[in-house]
Design a protein around this ligand. Structure first.
Ligand code: ZN
Length: 302
């Protein structure tokens, strides 16, 4: 199989009556799988959520980002995906060791997430307060839930497909997804054509596995509707955490917590849930952070 850099393609169709985006995320999801140490069902859930976040982020603007979080009554408990407009994606699954028997030949993501719970979408678009919407889960399969969110919270009918194919060694062989949205004024005939195309289409993970790129996926789903490519974005796993951010987390704990840490006399290790990176702060580091906090206090109060 040939190598393909993860990417997404944005397009319109039927003379701008339809907006669509498709993504290939195989390497990104494999990187997340490796860092989370997840088993196949957990990996499939993680990959669908991260890919869904990437699709939503592509509809925002430069500098904006989105977080997709599913919390359910299934054994995974919580799955989160973060994506930025620039193509950075990361993800986290609370119980990565979950693997369930397949159902009808497919990884049982709905069973692992659960059908009772919520999907929340938080968009950071540079305003003081991020935009947040929340809906009840429909099936826990992620695609259906995202489609429900878009309809009820954003009044935007959407077809969403998300898929991850996991190989025998637990590694990700293919991952991707697409989002198709008829816009206001779309003719019934156009919507019917999309429905026919999607009904005929293979699962999106199979399309990626057979070597289709995002553009080819859109050409299948929007066949006969004059696809016009509007943009391309490379995608990658990128956490964005740093020692400076870890330090801010420590500062936010407040002087009392930090003094307790000093009294313990041990190094403090902060571990990132998303990428598994560790940031270690020595007693000396903690002491100088405390000094910094004190200095700020003096400056602000004078
Ligand atoms: Zn990280």
């Amino acid at each position: 199989m040939f190598e393909m850099q993860d990417h997404l393609i944005k397009a319109t169709a039927a003379g701008a009556m339809v907006r669509a985006v498709a993504a290939v995320t195989t390497d990104t999801i494999e990187e997340a799988r490796r860092r989370q140490g997840s088993l196949p069902t957990a990996t499939a859930a993680l990959g669908r959520v991260m890919t869904g976040a990437a699709l939503l982020a592509s509809l925002l603007k430069e500098g904006h980002k989105v977080t997709l979080q599913l919390k359910g009554d299934g054994p995974l408990k919580e799955v989160t995906g973060d994506a930025e407009f620039n193509g950075n994606i990361r993800g986290y699954v609370r119980k990565p060791q979950v693997h369930l028997p397949s159902r009808a030949g497919k990884l049982d993501v709905g069973g692992a997430i659960g059908t009772r719970g919520t999907l929340s979408v938080t968009k950071d678009v540079g305003l003081k307060e991020p935009y947040a919407g929340i809906v009840s889960l429909v099936t826990g399969e992620v695609g259906d839930d995202l489609s429900e969110y878009l309809l009820t919270s954003e009044q935007q009918p959407s077809a969403v497909a998300l898929g991850v194919l996991v190989g025998t060694e637990n590694s990700v062989m293919a991952a991707g997804g697409y989002l198709v949205q008829p816009l206001v004024g779309a003719e019934d005939e156009v919507i019917a054509a999309i429905e026919r195309n999607i009904a005929k289409a293979q699962p999106v993970s199979d399309m990626v596995h057979s070597g289709l790129d995002a553009r080819a996926i859109l050409e299948h789903v929007l066949a006969g509707l004059d696809v016009e490519i509007k943009g391309r974005q490379e995608l990658r796993f990128n956490c964005g955490c740093s020692r400076a951010r870890a330090e801010r987390t420590l500062i936010a704990l407040g002087p009392k917590e930090l003094k307790d840490m000093l009294a313990e006399g041990k190094d403090v290790e902060l571990n990132c849930n998303f990428c598994d990176e560790s940031y270690i702060f020595s007693i000396e580091d903690i002491r100088s952070i405390l000094e910094e906090i004190k200095k700020r206090w003096v400056i602000h109060s004078s």
